[in-house]
Design a protein around this ligand. Structure first.
Ligand SMILES: [Zn+2]
Length: 324
């Protein structure tokens, strides 16, 4: 299987990803208890329009609406028997929109369960669950598998093995370092990039989290520890979540995200996208920035300590992590 992402990275210096799915679906009417993946078959028009918005904004790949597409997440909506169908539909719709010029990233998020010994999920069970999901994504036409928003290296291992069991598509991994610059399970950016590289993952990075200022330090740490040949990837949230009039909103403007994109490029990050709270407007601004000249005189100005987290922000963040 050709690695179309690495091929694209050889033909252009930067690949731009896309933005949020969960927050876009909510704007389109998905309710709190609703299953985003069900919309791949019930509201394909809405999912297609979100994909199209990112394609029009200049994204080089379209990420499938399948973040919660393992049986573990789908069973919360009693949809565990539709794993293959919902994931295949997510990828097939993205394939339609992506056409020949853009790639399709098959999104795989955490199971939401704790792995042994902290919890009850075994590596073998998790691996089988991920393999089922990835089989659907591959059947729908994904070009690569994007394992994202991960906190635990054990779960990443299960996901990578499951993906490799299900298909021969390349696998990309991003983890979320939102707990004092570590993942919720204590993994540092340096540990992530070194361990994942040993597992043969060529594109490694960070997504979601506490906005551009924190991700800048995370990517700086990854860049220091990056083994030869590893491509770095960043997909920051559009700022920090806040509760506003009973709804979660993000404080990062398109201008903030354009500057973030430039700063990522200055750090040598080659795959640059966005996560929760971002919209096609954010991605358009990032595209314009990345199509222009690189910034000159970059100096890291990242957060030295974690953004002060209020209880309110923590609960907004927890709600959001559920959707990447
Ligand atoms: Zn996110």
């Amino acid at each position: 299987m050709t690695d179309r992402l690495l091929e694209m990275l050889q033909s252009k210096p930067l690949v731009m990803g896309d933005g949020a799915m969960g927050t876009m679906l909510q704007q389109a009417g998905l309710t709190d208890g609703g299953a985003p993946e069900l919309w791949n078959v019930k509201r394909p028009d809405v999912v297609r329009a979100i994909y199209q918005g990112y394609a029009d904004a200049g994204s080089d790949y379209i990420t499938t609406n399948s973040f919660g597409g393992t049986s573990y997440r789908l069973k919360l909506h009693k949809l565990q028997d539709q794993v293959f169908e919902l994931n295949r539909a997510a990828a097939a719709l993205a394939r339609e929109v992506a056409g020949a010029d853009r790639l399709v990233a098959g999104s795989v998020g955490p199971t939401g369960e704790l792995m042994e010994p902290l919890g009850t999920l075994t590596i073998a069970e998790a691996r089988a669950g991920f393999a089922d999901q990835v089989a659907g994504l591959a059947a729908g036409g994904a070009d690569f598998i994007l394992i994202e928003t991960m906190s635990s290296l054990d779960e990443v291992q299960a996901a990578v093995e499951g993906a490799r069991q299900a298909c021969d598509l390349p696998v990309v991994v991003t983890m979320t370092f939102d707990t004092n610059f570590r993942t919720m399970m204590g993994v540092t950016p340096a540990q992530a990039v070194q361990t994942l590289s040993e597992w043969g993952i060529a594109v490694i990075g960070a997504n979601c989290g506490n906005g551009p200022a924190e991700i800048e330090r995370i990517m700086w740490e990854m860049a220091q520890a990056r083994p030869e040949g590893v491509v770095l990837m960043a997909q920051s949230n559009a700022g920090l979540p806040r509760w506003l009039d009973g709804e979660i909103s993000y404080d990062g403007t398109p201008e903030v995200m354009a500057e973030y994109a430039q700063r990522m490029r200055a750090l040598g990050v080659q795959v640059i996208g966005a996560c929760c709270g971002s919209t096609p407007d954010h991605l358009s601004a990032m595209r314009a920035a990345l199509d222009g000249p690189p910034m000159t005189g970059y100096e890291p100005h990242f957060e030295q300590k974690q953004t002060e987290t209020t209880a309110e922000r923590r609960s907004a963040r927890r709600a959001l992590r559920e959707q990447a």
